[in-house]
Design a protein around this ligand. Structure first.
Ligand code: G3I
Length: 371
C-alpha cells in the first residue's frame, strides 16, 4: 500500500513538473509564435559590463537593436574613418543568442556627423557629393553585416506631424529622392536584408498619410521596402489605441510588415506640446512634473499596467501584421525617458525595474500571450 501511495505521489509530482515546464516563464517563450519581442541595448549591456542585463536579455528577448552604436556619428565619426568595434560586439552578442538583429539607423537627420554635409572649407556640399557620401556609408555598413543583420532602419524620421517632409539637410541638399536612394543603396549592399522606414508619432493622421504616400511612391518605382517601424514612445494620455490601431491596419494594407520599434510608456505627466520623440523638443524641469522620484505609487502603477496591456492586447490582436515589438531599453534605469522631454526626472517606462527585476507587467504579458 505504502509503495502504491509513493508511486501515485511521484506520478502527481512528475505531472506537475511537466506542466510547469511547458508553461512559458519568459517573454521570449510566451511570444515565440506571435512576434519577435525585442529590446534596444546600450553599450554595457552587450559588452557585459552590465552583467545583469547581459544575462537577462537573451532569456527574455528574441530580438535586439543598438540604441546608439550604429548611428552614423558613431560608425563614421570622420570621413572614411569607420569605427566598428562596438557594433561588431553588438552583432556577435545577437548572433550568439540567436536573436533577430536590427540595424539602427542608416540615414537620420539627427546624430549624423557634421562633416557629412560640408566640404573642407566648411561650405555645404553639392547634391552629388552628399549622394556619394550616403552611398559609401550605406554600402560599407550594410555590406559589413551582410547576412548577419537581417533588417535595417534605412531612413529614420523623415516626415513631420502634418505629413510634410522634414526639412533636414538630406532633404534640403538632395530633395525627397534621398529616401529612394538610401533604400536602393541598402538593397545593393545586401539584397536579402529587410529594409524599413521608421518614425515616431505614427498614430497622427498627418504623419500616417505622409508615410502612406511616401511608401506608395517608393513601391510604384519598384524600390524595395519591406516594413514600417512605428516607434512606440507613448504616454498615459496619448495616442488613443484607436488611432494607433488605424495606423497598424493602414500600414499593413500597403503590403509591408509592421513593427513596433521603440516602445516605452512614460508614467509621468506630459508637458504641453511634447508628445513626440524629436530629440530637441525639451521642456523645463519643475517639481510638479516629476511626481514619482521616490517610487511609483500602486495606483499609478496599476493605471500604467492597464495602459501597457491595452497596447499589448492590440499587438496580439494584429499579430498577423505585427512582426516585432521592440522595447526602447531594458530597465527604467537606462531609459532615455528619464531625460526626455524634461531632463532629470524619474520615469518608469519599461518592463524591468532599476535593478532589472521583472515588473508585474511581464507576467501579465506572458499570461495574455498564453491565453
Ligand atoms: O556616449 C556619450 C557619453 O560619452 C557622454 O559622456 C554623454 C554626455 O552627454 O553623452 C553620451 O552620449 C549620449 C548617448 O545618448 C548615449 O547615452 C548622447 O549625448 C545622447 O544624445 C544620446 O541620446 C540618444 C538619442 O537617441 C540621440 O541619439 C538616446 O540614448 C537614444 O535613446 C535616442 O534614441 C532615439 C532613436 O535613435 C530614434 N528615435 C527616437 C529615440 C529617442 O530619441
Amino acid at each position: 500500500m505504502k509503495r502504491i501511495v509513493s508511486y501515485v505521489v511521484l506520478a502527481v509530482v512528475s505531472l506537475a513538473t511537466l506542466q510547469a515546464g511547458s508553461k512559458p516563464t519568459t517573454l521570449r517563450q510566451a511570444l515565440k509564435n506571435d512576434f519577435y519581442i525585442g529590446t534596444a541595448l546600450n553599450r554595457g549591456q552587450y559588452l557585459g559590463t552590465d552583467e545583469k542585463a547581459f544575462n537577462l536579455v537573451p532569456k527574455q528577448f528574441s530580438a535586439i537593436v543598438a540604441e546608439n552604436c550604429m548611428k552614423s556619428e558613431k560608425l563614421q565619426p570622420r570621413e572614411g574613418e569607420f569605427f566598428f568595434d562596438d557594433a561588431d560586439k553588438f552583432v556577435a552578442y545577437g548572433q550568439k543568442h540567436k536573436m533577430w538583429i536590427t540595424g539602427h539607423t542608416l540615414i537620420w537627420h539627427s546624430q549624423t556627423p557634421r562633416w557629412f554635409f560640408v566640404d573642407s572649407e566648411g561650405k555645404e556640399v553639392s547634391k552629388e557629393v552628399l549622394v556619394e557620401r550616403m552611398k559609401k556609408h550605406i554600402h560599407t555598413v550594410v555590406g559589413r553585416y551582410k547576412g548577419k543583420i537581417k533588417g535595417w532602419d534605412v531612413v529614420n524620421e523623415a516626415i513631420e506631424d502634418n505629413g510634410e517632409w522634414r526639412k533636414s539637410k538630406f532633404y534640403k541638399i538632395i530633395g525627397p529622392e534621398f529616401i529612394k536612394l538610401a533604400f536602393q543603396f541598402a538593397h545593393e549592399a545586401d539584397p536579402k536584408a529587410e529594409l524599413y522606414y521608421n518614425d515616431y508619432s505614427m498614430a497622427l493622421e498627418g504623419r500616417r498619410n505622409g508615410v502612406v504616400n511616401m511608401v506608395k511612391d517608393l513601391q510604384s518605382q519598384g524600390v524595395k521596402i519591406h516594413g514600417i517601424g512605428m516607434q512606440g514612445h507613448v504616454g498615459m494620455d496619448y495616442p488613443t489605441i484607436q488611432d494607433f490601431e488605424k495606423s497598424i491596419v493602414t500600414f499593413a494594407g500597403l503590403g509591408v510588415k509592421v513593427m513596433i520599434t521603440e516602445l516605452d510608456l512614460s508614467a509621468l505627466p506630459t508637458p504641453q506640446g511634447n508628445r513626440g520623440a524629436n530629440v530637441s523638443d525639451v521642456a523645463a524641469y519643475n517639481e510638479k512634473i516629476n511626481p514619482f522620484k521616490n517610487g511609483i505609487p500602486a495606483e499609478a502603477e496599476a493605471a500604467w499596467e492597464k495602459r501597457y496591456m491595452d497596447f499589448f492586447k492590440l499587438f496580439l490582436k494584429h499579430k498577423d501584421k505585427v512582426t516585432r515589438v521592440t522595447l526602447w531599453g531594458v530597465s527604467d534605469k537606462g531609459s532615455w525617458k528619464n531625460n526626455f522631454p524634461v531632463r532629470g526626472r524619474t520615469d518608469y517606462p519599461l518592463l524591468f525595474d532599476r535593478d532589472y527585476n521583472a515588473k508585474k507587467i511581464v507576467q501579465l504579458i506572458i499570461d495574455e500571450a498564453s491565453k
